[in-house]
Ligand binder design. Structure first.
Ligand code: ZN
Length: 237
């Protein structure tokens, strides 16, 4: 039996599936992984992405932070791909109970998924640091320099920056979902971002499925490993 058939069988035979996705799930929608830097990158930016997207950098150099945020994260015209759509359909069919994602692009919701646990927040939510007023994607993209609220306060993306902790409620819900899942499908991540990657250790279910185009950072006792792009795989399920 080939890998796709094996995946189909696992999905058919279980009704409590949890999906865990990372950046690789969005690259097939045309969104570059901001961690993948090429030669061009350092002609445009003086710091590595992990530095720019840190809490201290946000406080010290907000104008440079927002230049990066707009250019690299607030990307227009990105649509869900076959993986996002398949997980949304499987939720409607009662198979997938929740998607836990490291991505901040909102593509799972755009595809129709309703139970989405965003470990690292979302570019679609931005809040005034003074009064708490909400601002969406379009406002942030159109703003110049450091975006400010009508009250004069600075607007911060609801995105977990480096040096910041994960949201306790999202983390607790993610752990519970993984602990009670029969099947865990991990897709588009090499599991090298902690603490999110440590969540996998809570899984005690039947089948662990790994779908990633390249090798994964740590050894996992997976029941099924598919080394192909997740969109191409899910398009066949
Ligand atoms: Zn305000």
């Amino acid at each position: 039996m080939d890998n796709i058939e094996a995946l189909k069988t696992i999905i058919e035979e279980h009704n409590n599936i949890i999906v865990f996705t990372g950046a690789g799930c969005s690259t097939e929608s045309g969104l570059a992984d901001f961690r993948s830097t090429d030669g061009l990158y350092y002609q445009q930016w003086d710091y590595p992405p992990e530095t720019i997207l840190s809490h201290s950098f946000y406080e010290e150099k907000p104008a440079e932070f927002f230049r990066f945020y707009r250019e690299k994260l607030l990307v227009s015209g990105i649509e869900p791909n076959a993986a996002h759509k398949a997980f949304a359909r499987l939720e409607q069919e009662g198979k997938v109970k929740a998607v836990i994602t490291q991505n901040i692009d909102g593509l799972h919701q755009a595809a129709g998924s309703r139970q989405v646990l965003e470990l690292h927040g979302s570019i679609h939510r931005n809040y005034c640091e003074s009064c708490g007023k909400f601002y969406g994607f379009d406002f942030m993209q159109a703003a110049n320099g450091v975006p400010s609220c009508s009250c004069g306060g600075r607007i911060k993306p609801d995105v977990v920056l480096y040096e910041e902790g994960l949201d306790d409620r999202i983390l607790a819900e993610s752990i519970e979902a993984i602990q009670t899942a029969e099947v865990l499908i991990i897709g588009g991540t090499s599991l090298n971002v902690y603490p999110a990657a440590g969540l996998i250790n809570y899984f005690r279910g039947d089948k662990l499925v790994l779908i990633n185009r390249s090798a994964v950072a740590r050894d996992l006792a997976a029941d099924l490993v598919i080394k192909e792009p997740i969109g191409e795989v899910l398009a066949q399920v």
